[in-house]
Design a protein around this ligand. Structure first.
Ligand SMILES: CCCCC/C=C\C/C=C\CC/C=C/CC(=O)SCCNC(=O)CCNC(=O)[C@H](O)C(C)(C)COP(=O)(O)OP(=O)(O)OC[C@H]1O[C@@H](n2cnc3c(N)ncnc32)[C@H](O)[C@@H]1OP(=O)(O)O
Length: 286
């Protein structure tokens, strides 16, 4: 059984406070108050129920600790986040799927409404829910030229719910979001920059972390209250929509995911994941 542990330690030499859970590591720089959160759930940081629960717990802790900002990145070699764990959607147990989807909604609400500014440093592939994770932050820096990012849900024979689509529209606009979602296109780093999916690109992860820190330093002289109020007003309609429709969204998803057509599509997709050579899938589906 996976050993779960949480430890909080302060390193007096680096002035960093470390929080380590089994799939997430967080280091807070005492001087700047910026937390760097590293996702470490091999092989692909897929978002299953337990991982989402850890993300919520950590976000709550960072909020309580009044960090001044957060950088979210991946500790894996070539994947930022592979999106929702398809095993949560394929042949699901209805009770678990209900809990999974409710927790997904809560994770998104926590991340999209943080009281501190957030940056994702996208240092690997980032399809579907992985791209959404990045979109839910305030700013995105993508590393290198080898990775793909985008919303490939249509390729799995499923579609993104309204709150998911609205989050994308807020970043890249209605037209580009529609084309991106309906075609399921996975973008190269340069294409992602061009359509505004990411704000900056750079050659390596270290420079990306510096760019992320540079963005967060913009808030040094901004009152946290003014920041939070401004963000809440800006994002209010999408947040309110989900709050008002939470149960409806869960009920619909649980029924829809179990329908034979969706299950067949997921089965075919899972087979193609196994049969195609490594990394072929994402480049094949452009
Ligand atoms: C705040 C958080 C909010 C975020 C979300 C918010 C809202 C969401 C609301 C609605 C969501 C709408 C729907 C979303 C759908 C999804 O996200 S479905 C997932 C879509 N993801 C993909 O299509 C990715 C598929 N994977 C790949 O293309 C590749 O695996 C990769 C990522 C490029 C990595 O390639 P690599 O060669 O390194 O590895 P492998 O392909 O060999 O994979 C290793 C291993 O991992 C398994 N696997 C890969 N992806 C997933 C996954 N998403 N879920 C489960 N398992 C996955 C793969 O099958 C291999 O398994 P093994 O053969 O048993 O080793």
């Amino acid at each position: 059984m996976l050993r779960r542990y949480i430890s909080y330690t302060t390193n007096k030499f680096t002035n960093c406070r470390h929080v380590s859970q089994s799939m997430l590591q967080s280091t807070v720089d005492e001087k700047s108050g910026i937390a760097t959160v590293t996702m470490n759930k091999p092989p692909v940081n897929s978002l299953n129920l337990e991982f989402l629960e850890e993300i919520i717990t950590l976000l709550n802790k960072l909020q309580k600790d009044k960090v001044r900002g957060m950088i979210l990145t991946s500790g894996l070699q070539k994947v930022f986040c592979a999106g929702l764990d398809i095993k949560e959607l394929y042949k699901p147990n209805p009770d678990r799927l209900t809990k999974f989807w409710t927790t997904l909604q809560d994770t998104w609400l926590s991340l999209y409404t943080t009281s501190f500014p957030t940056v994702s440093v996208i240092n690997g592939h980032s399809p579907a829910g992985g791209c959404m994770l990045a979109m839910s932050c305030d700013y995105r820096v993508m590393v290198g030229q080898n990775y793909r990012i985008g919303f490939n849900e249509a390729k799995l024979g499923i579609f993104a719910p309204k709150w998911f689509q609205n989050t994308i529209i807020a970043v890249i606009g209605q037209r580009k979001a529609e084309v991106s979602l309906t075609t399921g296109k996975m973008y190269t780093t340069d294409e992602a920059l061009q359509i505004g999916l990411v704000d900056e690109t750079c050659a390596d992860a270290d420079s990306a972390l510096k760019k992320g820190t540079h963005f967060l330093n913009n808030f040094q002289n901004i009152s946290p209250w003014a920041y939070k109020m401004t963000k809440d007003i800006n994002r209010q309609s999408t947040i309110q929509w989900l709050i008002d429709n939470k149960q409806k969204d869960v009920d619909f998803t649980v029924e829809y995911m179990q329908s034979p057509g969706v299950q067949k599509n997921l089965e075919l997709y899972l087979q193609s994941l196994k049969s195609l050579p490594p990394l072929k899938l994402i480049s094949e589906i452009n």
